[in-house]
Design a protein around this ligand. Structure first.
Ligand code: PLP
Length: 341
């Protein structure tokens, strides 16, 4: 029985071209700046994001932590969307490791309103308050089903931050999915943030790693922070090489993935009213809502369809290694469970 794995876009395996690139990658000690493959990946990533410098890191969580530290957030407030990954899904590192205080704000389906942010910003005049240091954006927004923050909203939030003299950090784990949905270049989204990271191992289909980018002064502090966090890697060209393939020969299937997700959502919505609450699926994540999601997910798994179920929510993510057959299989398995005894 073929397995259809919708648990995450992180489950994709490296392509033959990526494996071949690993075998021929020139290597060195990356922590000393000596690995030509890592240096090439960082150069390429800086170019694509439109930032002065980029840094290759093992994970997105480390990129977020390095950014919080480099933005001097210790003892200050960081404005986050209430369901943001950096706040709710990284073990509290924002406080425990970076020493920052989260200021969660509810967005409209994950999308923060610039006017609400403006009123939440605290200055440093009142000695009793922890001043706001940073605004964190997440695009696409994972928890709300891959929602895309429009460019105008990013621009307005950036302007609010500038007026208050604080910085913007952009969690772009799925930046390429957002850009594909908006039909905009990657740099067009990144221009509204002082720092940005994106995953090499999600929508892009690479095996490992994240890129953090920003201006030279910020990146010097971020490199120091990453080293402190244990992110100084040695012959990291081994994992940078497939990432270069992912960037140079960018996976052009994001629109296909989004269309698959929309078809899955339509199919599920037709099975039972109320199963989907989102009016539209924009990118590659479909959330559906049902009692005892964990049990339903287990029964989907018995039918070869893997997803993640927690509480009342089941999450499906589309990516390079699922297709129309997978979507049909998922809808049929779900129908079977709903009809079942
Ligand atoms: C996956 C993800 C992260 C964390 O990335 P890791 O590489 O798993 O540490 C952060 N933010 C968002 C929005 C994510 O989807």
């Amino acid at each position: 029985m073929r397995r259809h794995d919708f648990r995450s876009d992180t489950v994709t395996l490296p392509t033959p071209a990526m494996m071949a690139a690993i075998a021929r990658a020139p290597l060195g000690d990356a922590a000393r700046g000596d690995d030509p493959t890592v240096n090439e990946l960082e150069r390429l990533a800086a170019e694509i994001t439109g930032k002065e410098e980029a840094l290759f890191l093992p994970s997105g969580a480390m990129a977020n932590l390095a950014a919080l530290i480099a933005h001097d957030c210790r003892g200050g407030e960081v404005i986050v969307e209430e369901a943001a990954h950096i706040y709710g899904s990284e073990g509290g590192g924002l406080s425990v490791v970076a020493g920052a205080i989260a200021r969660p704000i509810r967005g409209e389906r994950g999308i923060l309103a610039p006017s609400v942010i403006a009123t939440a910003i605290r200055g440093s005049a009142d000695l009793a308050l922890a001043p706001t240091r940073l605004i964190c954006l997440e695009n696409t927004h994972n928890a709300s089903g891959g929602r895309v923050m429009p460019l105008e909203v990013m621009a307005e939030i950036h302007a609010v931050a500038r007026a208050a003299g604080i910085s913007v950090h952009f969690d772009g784990a799925r930046l390429f999915n957002a850009a594909a949905y908006l039909g905009a270049p990657i740099a067009a989204l990144c221009q509204y943030a002082d720092s940005v990271w994106f995953a090499l191992c999600k929508g892009l289909g690479g095996p490992i790693g994240a890129i953090l980018a920003g201006d030279a002064a910020f990146m010097r502090k971020a490199r120091r922070a990453a080293k402190m966090l244990g992110g100084g890697m040695r012959q990291a060209g081994l994992i940078a090489a497939p990432a270069i393939v992912a960037l140079q020969d960018p996976y052009d299937g994001h629109r296909r993935d989004h269309e698959l997700a929309r078809r899955l959502a339509r199919g599920l919505a037709a099975l039972r009213p109320g199963l989907l609450d989102a009016p539209e699926v924009q990118t590659n994540i479909v959330n559906c809502f049902i009692d005892d999601a964990a049990a339903v997910t287990r029964r989907l798994g018995e039918r070869g369809v893997l997803a993640i179920g927690r509480g009342r929510k089941i999450r499906f993510v589309t990516h390079r290694q699922v297709d129309d057959v997978s979507v049909d299989a998922a809808i049929a398995a779900f129908a079977d469970i709903l009809e079942g005894p």
